[in-house]
Design a protein around this ligand. Structure first.
Ligand SMILES: [Zn+2]
Length: 208
């Protein structure tokens, strides 16, 4: 009988390493919730992400991969279909175009301001850092902007969905990025674009 042996894979979630992190709600903006480190289900990927209890349970039950692996897998499928139809070169260019050329309306507004300010900026830049618990965090930054002083600051353009469900990601970005991270609320762009524009301009011009 082999039933007594544990032939299962290691669990994805480390339930002993929970940590209280920001999880704001509309009426309780300062609320914190316990998050757990969760391994990616792809055994070749070392990525660990912090999830709430219910999300971690779901990730374990459905053996979920991290966002990056999911994106790569989805991209590969799309790539294969496009490559079969139009050839690999065309498909590759289509993937690159798609990644850079799909800014949200609010991202477009911010990009226009940065261009207007003659700012040096990069969209969708990668940033990765390891937290004190040894968990590796990988970020794709909305805007990486050089200030007049030559510093690199991050501008993140966040909508309601992001603020509600991705606050924990922003917590880590702010902790781990060695420079300033400015979070721009899309609601604020809609309500008072001039104020947001001025704040961004000021941040870029800072000579400290
Ligand atoms: Zn992964």
């Amino acid at each position: 009988m082999t039933q007594g042996f544990n032939i299962c894979k290691d669990p994805l979630v480390n339930w002993n390493a929970g940590k209280l992190l920001p999880a704001p709600r509309r009426k309780r903006p300062r609320q914190r919730e316990r998050f757990y480190p969760v391994h990616c289900a792809n055994p070749d990927c070392n990525n660990i992400r912090w999830l709430t209890k219910s999300a971690a349970e779901r990730a374990e039950a459905e053996q979920r991969m991290c966002r990056k692996c999911q994106t790569i897998q989805a991209g590969k499928k799309g790539f294969a279909v496009t490559a079969a139809r139009y050839g690999a070169d065309f498909a590759l260019r289509a993937v690159q175009r798609h990644q850079i050329a799909n800014p949200s309306r609010h991202e477009q507004i911010v990009a226009e301001w940065l261009t207007e300010f003659n700012a040096n900026f990069q969209r969708q830049a990668d940033f990765a850092e390891t937290d004190e618990g040894g968990v590796r965090h990988c970020f794709i930054l909305d805007f990486l902007v050089s200030t007049l002083q030559g510093k690199q600051i991050v501008l993140e353009v966040n909508g309601y969905f992001h603020n509600r469900y991705r606050a924990e990601r922003d917590y880590w970005l702010e902790c781990l990025y060695p420079g300033d991270v400015i979070f721009i609320n899309t609601d604020d762009i809609d309500k008072d674009p001039e104020q947001v524009r001025t704040a961004i301009h000021y941040a870029i011009q800072q000579k400290q």
